[in-house]
Write a protein that binds this ligand. Structure first.
Ligand code: SF4
Length: 237
């Protein structure tokens, strides 16, 4: 798609329900569109919509080997309830191999490197299968996501990126979860609004930014899938 075509599609879908963007993606890129989910509430909302609309979208999750048991259970519950397969995409290195080459607990010393090995490189390899990918990002999640279009060019991976929930708020997402009784991660109710790998996710206090529990000891806000790495020194404790 040309930049003008992408801008036109994005403008046309802005303000439409997420199902419209999902349908557009499935029809515009038949057999060549993927959806990467980490089973956040946004991802669960989109997965339910993909299943309900019976859209031909290849759904997968980056199985870093470090996910919470609750996330693994939710993965299987979504597959059971909606009859969809969510492929697990593993890194090239097992955790033991990573430890052998990079030393123990890389996430405690160099989380950007760890995310690159366990998330970004596997995603990059997966992207070769697609012409477009769907994400569950919202504009108000991080500064890096603030200008996300419903449809945009993803120069990192060289394909079209579709963000059906770009304009949605967290409240809209949770309203949809309640209305459709969509399963979500039980850790949300225990103070974890944003959930990634277990070693890099902690609960947040009332009033903290919802993503404050991600890489809490580091000045890092993105795993590198949607925005820049933030390779700054660790936060002062
Ligand atoms: S979130 Fe943490 S454990 Fe997971 S890949 Fe990134 S640095 Fe590694």
């Amino acid at each position: 798609m040309s930049p003008a075509d992408i801008a036109s599609a994005s403008a046309a879908l802005e303000g439409s329900p997420p199902e419209a963007a999902l349908r557009w993606a499935a029809e515009r890129f038949p057999g060549r569109v993927g959806f990467a989910t980490a089973f956040g509430p946004e991802g669960c909302v989109l997965l339910e919509a993909i299943a309900r609309e019976k859209l031909a979208v290849d759904v997968f999750t980056l199985d870093t080997g470090l996910l919470f048991p609750e996330t693994l259970e939710l993965w299987h519950e979504m597959e059971r309830r909606y009859g969809v397969r969510v492929r697990g995409v593993q890194p090239a290195l097992t955790l033991a191999e990573q430890e052998q080459r990079q030393g123990p607990a890389l996430w405690q010393r160099a989380p950007d490197r760890c995310c690159d090995l366990r998330k970004v490189q596997p995603l990059r390899a997966e992207m070769l299968l697609f012409d477009a990918w769907i994400t569950a990002i919202r504009r108000d999640q991080t500064p890096d996501r603030a200008r996300a279009g419903v449809v945009e060019r993803d120069s990192r991976f060289g394909l079209v990126k579709v963000n059906p929930l770009a304009a949605w708020t967290s409240e809209q997402v949770w309203t949809r979860v309640r209305e459709r009784d969509i399963p979500t991660n039980p850790l949300h109710a225990r103070g974890y609004p944003s959930i990634g790998c277990a070693p890099c996710t902690s609960a947040v206090e009332a009033g903290e930014d919802p993503r404050a529990g991600r890489w809490r000891s580091f000045a890092k806000t993105e795993c590198g899938l949607h925005g820049r790495f933030t390779s700054k020194p660790p936060k002062e404790s």
